[in-house]
Design a protein around this ligand. Structure first.
Ligand code: NA7
Length: 542
């Protein structure tokens, strides 16, 4: 039988776009299966998210040892994380270490950006166009382009006029930025803004934070990993990953098994105090399930957190501005922080609420609000991303009969299992909309998606099939299932990138069902059942 991935007219069996956490592991698995693959990466090195986001304070909110790859015992034993929640430089180093350990760099092409890709029906292959003018052909096009990789600048007049330094956090320069003695503005108070603000408050001359809608933040409680703990971690990876597999989010934290109503108010407070004092995401996802599903319990917990903020911020007026009014705790992504609220107790830090005094424009010297102009040396745009679908929209992807992915997803994405799209045969998606990895501790979800897709690719090779495409009915069923899962979560009550909103991108002012909220154990079962049932819902032909 001919190898469908090694045929005439193909430069590669598989082209993987992106050398981040997913692209690295996908290349490893295909190499192991003996399938020719190459990685195309826009950056000058591997790392994806952890290559680009070099802003001060960038770090994990997942426990480091729950975030690393699980596929190699040797790697797990060799690598020692220095902190419970490692910073970006260490993560970038780790991903480079993995790439070199498994000799993956030789199949990665850096400094190349994919501008377009079109499906060639006659040859059943993808033609991938690079910005440098090259065209490469492959049987399978596999996108590993990240869910938060299309950074968005605010739509504020004058952004180009500013004469000082200005960076979006995603594009923070590689060279060190000297902050000492500088007047700095930060626009945006999402997970990124919160990390930057906490980190730089005591390093700059003055810091002015432009906040539109506050988020509910909670302490990260990071600390170094000592030798005894390190040894314990290395002896218990089996349990660590088993725990991650058992929780809805793939984290080391899962919901409290008790029901909110069966626990007395006093005992609820006791649990909440414990969660607030504990490291990591337990404060968000280690709670009673009802807190993220029902308005009443959510309001009670939000009041508990609001009181914590009031205790930590000395100026009562500032404290009130930092307490969200438009959404309950945990219904948007909870930024984990280190002395974030205390930053506002410093004399050199000021909070500007742009709902009270809107930004009118960026000037050559600074920022002008309805109250007047302030001058800055540096403006930091922590204004987020065109999440999940934005990275796809930047590539002109054309499927069968000239169909554009952009157009197909205009009203909101549709996929089957978050992994494939009908009318786009042989396009496989990692970390795209409606898949299991986006709503989980990322590498945990990603390893499962990569393993599953690799098995599908091996199946195609072994059966001599050169084409795979989901059936429209299966896709429709999945879209409804994804939508349905939102009904059970309070996420749908808040505007955020979880629900597809972004005020800086035209058309992103309505709810889109981007994320699979059914939990990672259920998603895993879907994947297993579909494969066991002969890849139910996919047409595999050739
Ligand atoms: P987010 O969470 O989308 O936050 C972006 C922030 O920028 C948020 O506070 C926005 O306010 C603010 N923003 C955006 N545009 C404007 C304008 N025009 N004016 C004022 N403020 C603005 O992105 P992050 O980078 O912080 O985090 C992304 C994810 O990365 C995070 O969830 C982690 O998973 C890692 P808004 O809330 O829209 O009023």
């Amino acid at each position: 039988m001919n190898n469908v991935f090694d045929a005439e007219g193909l430069d590669h069996g598989v082209i993987i776009v992106g050398a981040g956490v997913s692209g690295i592991y996908q290349l490893y698995r295909l190499r192991e299966a003996g399938i020719d693959a190459t990685v195309i990466e826009a950056g000058s090195g591997p790392g994806g998210t952890w290559y680009w986001n070099r802003y001060p304070g960038a770090r994990f909110d997942s426990e480091s040892y729950s975030y690393g790859y699980s596929f190699s015992d040797e790697l797990l034993q060799e690598w020692s994380w220095s902190e419970h929640f490692a910073g970006q430089p260490e993560t970038q180093k780790y991903l480079n270490y993995v790439v070199d350990k498994f000799d993956l760099r030789r199949d990665m092409q850096f400094n190349c950006r994919v501008s377009a890709a079109r499906f060639d029906e006659a040859e059943c292959r993808w033609i991938v166009c690079l910005e440098d003018g090259r065209e490469l052909t492959c049987r399978i096009l596999l996108t590993a382009i990240g869910m938060l990789s299309a950074a968005t600048m605010p739509r504020i007049e004058g952004v180009q006029d500013f004469e000082g330094e200005a960076f979006h956090t995603y594009y923070w320069p590689r060279e060190p930025v000297d902050l000492a003695g500088k007047r700095v503005a930060v626009i945006g108070t999402g997970a990124t803004g919160v990390q930057v603000i906490s980190e730089i408050a005591d390093k700059v001359k003055s810091l002015t934070v432009y906040q539109r809608r506050p988020n509910w933040c909670a302490p990260l409680h990071n600390s170094p990993i000592d030798d005894v703990t390190q040894a314990k971690i290395k002896a218990s990876f089996e349990q660590i990953f088993a725990k991650c597999r058992s929780t809805p989010g793939g984290f080391l934290h899962g919901p409290d098994p008790r029901s909110f109503n069966e626990v007395s108010p006093r005992d609820r407070q006791a649990l909440w105090e414990e969660l607030y004092a504990s490291p990591g995401f337990g404060v968000w996802i280690g709670n009673f399930r009802e807190v993220l599903m029902q308005e009443g319990p959510n309001a009670e917990y939000s009041t508990f957190i609001a009181d914590k903020i009031r205790k930590r911020v000395k100026d009562p007026e500032t404290a009130e501005k930092l307490i969200p009014q438009d959404h309950g705790f945990g219904t948007r992504r909870v930024p984990l922080e280190t002395r974030y609220y205390e930053a506002y107790n410093r004399d050199n830090v000021e909070l500007v609420d742009v709902t009270e005094t809107p930004i009118e424009r960026i000037t050559s010297g600074g920022i002008r609000t309805s109250e007047g102009e302030r001058l800055f040396d540096l403006i930091v745009y922590a204004t987020g991303f065109d999440a999940i679908t934005g990275a796809f929209d930047r590539i002109d992807i054309t499927g069968v009969g000239g169909r554009k992915l952009r157009d197909k997803w205009d009203d909101g994405p549709v996929t089957y299992l978050g992994l494939q799209v009908s009318e786009f045969p042989n396009l496989m998606i990692l970390a795209g909309p409606q898949g299991g990895s986006v709503s989980t501790n990322f590498p945990r979800g990603i390893e499962e998606a990569v393993d599953w897709l690799t098995d599908l690719i091996i199946h195609m090779r072994d059966t001599g099939s050169d084409r795979v495409e989901p059936q429209p009915d299966a896709e429709h069923m999945w879209a409804e299932h994804v939508k349905d899962a939102y009904r059970y979560s309070l996420f749908q009550t808040a505007r955020s990138w979880f629900t597809g909103y972004n005020s800086n991108v035209p058309g992103r002012d309505r709810m889109r069902y981007l994320i699979y909220n059914g939990g990672s154990p259920r998603y895993r079962k879907w994947l297993a059942d579909v494969a066991d049932d002969g890849y139910r819902g996919f047409d595999i032909t050739g």
